[in-house]
Design a protein around this ligand. Structure first.
Ligand SMILES: [Zn+2]
Length: 104
């Protein structure tokens, strides 16, 4: 496949371009290839270590936008349970699956 990889300066995601899929964020393309499906509506691919240049499948997990908020901006009172480690907890139970109970 003909893939070229570049980087968007802001917000710092790598992008890749292929004839088949067009221009995509690299981490989304990586996850979709490994999972064998597209990212469902209402979901995002999160970098477990928050490093947008670390685009290996081990570092990526499909989360809902709500979960994503709880990881990046947990409300006060949830900081101990959520935040960065929540991503790892979700990844451990979910692997390459999509979030359960999604209304699609
Ligand atoms: Zn994230």
């Amino acid at each position: 496949m003909d893939i070229s990889i570049g980087r968007i300066r802001r917000p710092g995601y790598y992008v890749c371009t292929s004839e088949k899929t067009g221009r995509k964020r690299l981490h989304v393309a990586m996850w979709e290839q490994a999972a064998g499906r597209e990212v469902p509506p209402g979901c995002v691919i999160h970098h477990l270590d928050w490093d947008k240049s670390h685009n290996t499948i081990d570092n990526l997990v499909c989360v809902t936008t709500w979960e994503h908020n709880m990881i990046h901006n947990p409300p006060s009172g949830y900081k101990g349970k959520c935040g960065r480690k929540l991503g790892y907890i979700i990844k451990k139970s979910r692997g390459l699956d999509t979030p359960p109970g999604l209304m699609l």
